[in-house]
Design a protein. Structure first.
Length: 265
């Protein structure tokens, strides 16, 4: 019994329809998300990690109001066209330095309302196209100025509602904030938490005189030369002095002994 075959033109039309309905490289939407063309909404799903099987053409990814605590080096799927990523209102405590690799097209990153206390420039170095970074409402006591410094296209930085420690350690960040005031949103809400006498004092209200007691402890090459020149000389001089002083003591005691000998009957 012969096999029934579709005519060539009909078969070609069916294949074309399949390609249109399922374009190459697309992936099914994860069960925990709602997907539309270019967008995946995985908010408020009780997620402990980022879903991996997201459509490769996703440009907007919502992951807010979940329970994600760590972003490891392979926590995010490869999404070369991702423009917006929201991880607001999670429990993020740690972001691996390689967690955001491959997201060079990202323009907006929302990490607000998390538990972040330490961030390094290496984490954000791959985000060469980032324009908006939201770090509000975390546990940041200080922030390396290198974090926003590695973002060449940054236009908006949000840092309010963090427990800032207003000591000499905040001086580098204060200098960056003073230089790039136009990039800092909600500047009036950047308030000190520590020390207690500066609680709720605006960081941007500080002036140069506020940091006058903070001295730069870095040493210049001249300082190192002086240290390695004077150090050994001082060491040898101290040895010579101690030897000389010891000799005087011995000589004094010998004189007293001889004087006592000649006075004895």
């Amino acid at each position: 019994m012969g096999c029934w075959r579709l005519p060539g033109p009909v078969l070609g039309l069916l294949l074309l329809l399949l390609l249109l309905l399922c374009p190459p490289g697309s992936a099914a939407c994860p069960a925990a998300c709602r997907c539309s063309p270019g967008e995946a909404d995985c908010s408020e799903r009780g997620l402990l990690e980022v879903p991996w099987s997201l459509p490769v053409n996703t440009s907007t990814l919502w992951l807010a109001y979940n329970f994600i605590s760590v972003l490891g080096p392979r926590s995010l799927p490869p999404l070369p066209g991702l423009r917006l990523l929201s991880l607001a209102h999670n429990r993020l405590e740690l972001i691996h330095p390689q967690a955001l690799l491959g997201l060079g097209a990202l323009q907006e990153l929302d990490l607000s309302h998390n538990h972040l206390s330490v961030l390094t420039p290496d984490t954000f170095r791959p985000l060469t196209g980032l324009a908006t970074l939201n770090l509000a409402s975390n546990r940041l006591g200080q922030l390396e100025p290198g974090v926003p410094g590695v973002l060449p296209r940054l236009r908006a930085l949000l840092l309010q509602d963090n427990p800032w420690v207003c000591s000499c350690s905040i001086l580098p960040l204060w200098r960056w904030l003073s230089r790039y005031r136009d990039k800092v949103r909600e500047k009036s809400l950047l308030l000190c938490r520590v020390p207690e006498q500066l609680n709720k004092y605006p960081i941007m209200a500080f002036g140069d005189e506020s940091f006058r007691q903070c001295q730069d402890t870095s040493l210049s090459p001249q300082h190192y030369i002086a240290f390695f020149t004077i150090g050994p000389f001082s060491f040898l001089a101290s040895i010579f002095f101690c030897t000389f002083l010891g000799s005087l003591v011995v000589f004094y005691h010998s004189l007293r002994r001889e004087s006592h000998y000649w006075r004895s009957p």
